[in-house]
Design a protein around this ligand. Structure first.
Ligand code: SF4
Length: 422
C-alpha cells in the first residue's frame, strides 16, 4: 500500500507554504501490521505479530506526545496513517491515536487526515467511527478489479468486496477517497487493465494512484519470477497500460498531477504534495522517515524493539538527540544545501507542474537557469523537458524516462555552489 513515507525528500524551512495553502508539518503515522503479507511487498510491515498491537499503539501514543512536547505543539496540516494496513488494527486503537495527535499537535481545522485501508477490513459502522475520529480521506487498496489477478497478487479481497468498500465509504460520508491500482502485473492483459480503469472511472473517486508492479529483491514474488514459476512482467506492456490510463483518465476529467497520481480538480493528495514540494514532515513509528529543517532522520525498523524502547524513560531536551541516544533513531544526518537542491529537483520534477521559476528563486536565492541552464537546454533538446518562463517540467515523452531525468538533476546538483546566504 502507498504510504508516502518511502519517498525521501529534503527538509525545508518550516514556514514554507505548500500547495493547497498548508503551512504546517505533515505527519506520517506508521502501522506495521497486515493480516497476511502480499508476496510482492517489501514494506516494513508484518503478519502474525498481532499480540504486539496493544503495546504498539501505546508506544505510538507515547511517541506522538513526545514529539508534540519536544516541538512545542507544532502546527500540522496533513496526517497520513499508512503501513502496513491501518484498517487492520482495532478501531479503538485508531481513535486513541487520533485523539493523541489532536492533543499533542496544533492540527489545522481543515487538515487532510488520510487512512489507508484494505477492502473488507471494515463495516459501514467502522467507517462512521473513522470520520468521528477526525479521518476525512480514505485510501482503499483496490489494486485490481480482476479476481484472478487479485488472487495471483495474494490479496485477501475480491473485486466485489473492493467496490462494496468504496460504496460503504461513500454512504458513511467520506467525500475524499483514493483508490490504489496496480498495473504491469505478470500475465495481466491490456483488456483486463482497460476493464479495471473503466470501472474506477465509473466509481468516480476523487483520487487515483496507479503503480507499476516492481519486483523488489528478496520478496517471494521476485523468487517466483526468478525460478520461472511466475512470468516476468513485460515493461513494454506496462508502458502501454500507463499510456492507456493517462488518456482514459484525462478524457474522464482527471488531472494527471504527478507521475503515478491523478485527481479530480483540487483533490490532489495534500500530504503527498508536501513530499513532492520538499516541505517538512515528521514520521512516527518504526522505520518512519522524517525531515525537519536542516535534519533528516529515520527510526529503527523493528516494531518489537520500538515497543520496548518507548516503554522506558525518555530523556528531556532536543527530541532528535534524545531519541538518537536511545537508538530509536538509527540515522540522523544534516541536510546540506546540495542535498536540499537535489531532493527539491528530484521530487518536484515528479509533478506535472514541475519546478516553478519563482519558487526556486525564493528558496535558493538564484535563478534555476543560472544553476541548471546547460542541462535544461540539453534535456529540452532531447524532447524530455519543457522549459518556459513559468518553470521546467517533464514532457509527455519525459514521463516514461523520468528516472533518467531525475538522475541527471541529482548529479548536476552535486556540482552547484549556491549563494552564501542560503
Ligand atoms: S496489504 Fe499492503 S502493506 Fe500489507 S503486505 Fe499487502 S501490499 Fe504490503
Amino acid at each position: 500500500m502507498d504510504s508516502g513515507v518511502r519517498v525521501n525528500p529534503a527538509g525545508t524551512p518550516e514556514s514554507q507554504t505548500t500547495e493547497g495553502g498548508s503551512s504546517g508539518l505533515s505527519l506520517y503515522v506508521h502501522i506495521p501490521f497486515c493480516e497476511t503479507k502480499c508476496h510482492y511487498c517489501d514494506f516494513n510491515t508484518y503478519a502474525g505479530i498481532e499480540a504486539l498491537i496493544p503495546g504498539y499503539l501505546s508506544a505510538l501514543e507515547t511517541e506522538i506526545r513526545f514529539w508534540g512536547r519536544g516541538l512545542s505543539r507544532p502546527k500540522v496540516s496533513t496526517v497520513f496513517f499508512g503501513g502496513g494496513t491501518p484498517s487492520y488494527v482495532p478501531i479503538e486503537g485508531i481513535e486513541a491515536i487520533c485523539a493523541a495527535i489532536f492533543e499533542a499537535f496544533d492540527v489545522d481545522d481543515g487538515a487532510e487526515v488520510t487512512l489507508e485501508s484494505n477492502p473488507g477490513d471494515y463495516s459501514r459502522h467502522d467507517l462512521t467511527r473513522y470520520i468521528g475520529a477526525g479521518i476525512n480521506r480514505l485510501s482503499i487498496g483496490v489494486q485490481s478489479l480482476d479476481d484472478g489477478l487479485l488472487k495471483s497478487l495474494s490479496r485477501r479481497h475480491d473485486a466485489e468486496t473492493a467496490i462494496g468498500a468504496y460504496q460503504s465509504a461513500r454512504q458513511a460520508g467520506f467525500e475524499n477517497i483514493n483508490l490504489d491500482l496496480m498495473f504491469g502485473l505478470s500475465d495481466q492483459t491490456i483488456e483486463q487493465w482497460r476493464d479495471s480503469v473503466a470501472c474506477v472511472i465509473a466509481l468516480r473517486p476523487e483520487h487515483l494512484s496507479l503503480y507499476a508492479l516492481t519486483l523488489e529483491p528478496g520478496t517471494p514474488l521476485d523468487a517466483m519470477v526468478k525460478s520461472g514459476e511466475v512470468a516476468d512482467p513485460d515493461p513494454d506492456l506496462a508502458a502501454d497500460m500507463y499510456l492507456y490510463a493517462e488518456s482514459a483518465l484525462g478524457d474522464a476529467g482527471f488531472d494527471h498531477y504527478e507521475i503515478s497520481n491523478w485527481s479530480l480538480p483540487d483533490r490532489e493528495s495534500r500530504h503527498n504534495l508536501a513530499y513532492w514540494l520538499n516541505a517538512p514532515y515528521l514520521g512516527v513509528g518504526p522505520g518512519a522517515h522524517s525531515y525537519l529543517p536542516n535534519r533528516r532522520f529515520a527510526a529503527l525498523r523493528s516494531p518489537r524493539r520500538y515497543v520496548d524502547l518507548f516503554g522506558g524513560v525518555l530523556p528531556e531536551g532536543d527530541p532528535v538527540e534524545a531519541l538518537s541516544s536511545l537508538r530509536i533513531l538509527e540515522s540522523v544526518e544534516p541536510v546540506t544545501a546540495t542535498m536540499e537542491l537535489a531532493d527539491t529537483m528530484m521530487m518536484g520534477m515528479r509533478l506535472s507542474r514541475g519546478i516553478r521559476t519563482d519558487e526556486f528563486l525564493a528558496r535558493f536565492g538564484t535563478n534555476i537557469s543560472d544553476v541548471f541552464g546547460p542541462l535544461i537546454d540539453e534535456l529540452s533538446g532531447m524532447g524530455l523537458l519543457v522549459s518556459d518562463e513559468v518553470g521546467i517540467r517533464l514532457s509527455n515523452s519525459g514521463h516514461l524516462l523520468g528516472n533518467e531525468v531525475f538522475e541527471r538533476f541529482v548529479t548536476a546538483s552535486a556540482e552547484v555552489t549556491l549563494p552564501g546566504n542560503y
